[in-house]
Design a protein around this ligand. Sequence first.
Ligand code: 57M
Length: 359
Amino acid sequence: MLYHLLYPLHTTLSALNVFRYITFRTIYASLTAFLVCFLIGPWVIRRLKYLQIGQYIQEDGPETHQSKAGTPTMGGILILFAIVTSSLLWADLTNGYVWIALLIVCGYGLVGFADDYLMLIKKRNKGLTARTKFACQVLLAGVAGTLLYISPDFDTRVTIPFFKDMSPDLGWGYILFAILVIVGASNAVNLTDGLDGLAIGPTVIAASTYMVFAYVAGHTKLADYLQINYVAGCGELTIFCGAIAGAGLGFLWFNTYPAQIFMGDVGSLSLGGALGTVAVITKQEILLVIVGGLFVIEALSVIFQVSFFKMTNGGRIFKMAPLHHHFELKGWPEPKIIVRFWIIAIALALFSMSTLKLR
Ligand code: 57M
């Protein structure tokens, strides 16, 4: 909005020319989203407490979690509000990619909201059925995938990290591939969100990494120089990623150990969906496995644990899945697990950046 209101005035006031730059608008989108979360956070926490929107804790989990009962949840509403307002303020609203990203954030936010809300009403740790949740996720991702597919300039080839000459064209199958990436990312972030700050930290790291990729992919010269797919217009997603990173940091202020608020499904499903969508639009889809490697490790730990459990009639690879529970049961203090997982996420993000040079 500010871009549309202020940039045209640069002919009278040349200082306003700065609104043209994606870098400038990304910095302020991040700061805006951060400040929204940071300033409104205490009010939201008080409000959620007043409305008795507190977390129900499953009894079969690690014992240390029982003391977390009643922690205000659904803090994702605050994150989404920050991302959406900041993106609306700083992005170019004639850009279709920004709207597709916002559609997924809000759509997945609504699915998560319904899940959290039902969980609260039923007073147990289950909201929507897994099938309903999955169907909504697939439907929304399908809409996003189709919108991209019918965009005149959108490339349906998939980028394989480290192999610049290998990029299979999926044609209409790209829609299914986009669904896989977006839904997979959403659920992986959701599974990771089980310790204070464990999901939001790596989300900030992944969004910051995609900030770089969105900028480069949307810049003709840089994309050409680094030999990555140029996606006209996707530079505006740099601003969206900046908003996610800023909102995430603002939320982390309150979600850091010992958490004063949890994000709930409204936060985890939508943030994961947002990362998946950005990965698809920037044509760095498979790279998300590295950028969001921590989420992948957590999801794989569940897949292996459940498969092994079924195959061996109750056998287990880990003490408990997802992986963070395994370390909790091994006796690692919660902050140690969280920070070590963040360290892994940072290392993976750095490694993913090397694909810009190694190919
Ligand atoms: C939701 N939700 C957290 C909070 C957060 C298939 C199976 C592996 C699924 C998995 C599952 O349901 N995962 C998704 C995980 C919950 O957090 C809430 O949920 C939101 C995210 N969706 O925002 O609102 C609890 O996590 C803790 N928490 C924090 N700090 C935070 O900042 O401490 C969350 C955010 C909160 C709080 O305690 O209540 C969760 O863990 O429930 N299921 C599991 O993870 C279960 N694992 C399991 O059953 N493993 C089995 C195998 C065979 C699958 C095994 O290994 O034997 C465990 N989860 C729990 N108890 N709570 C098992 C026992």
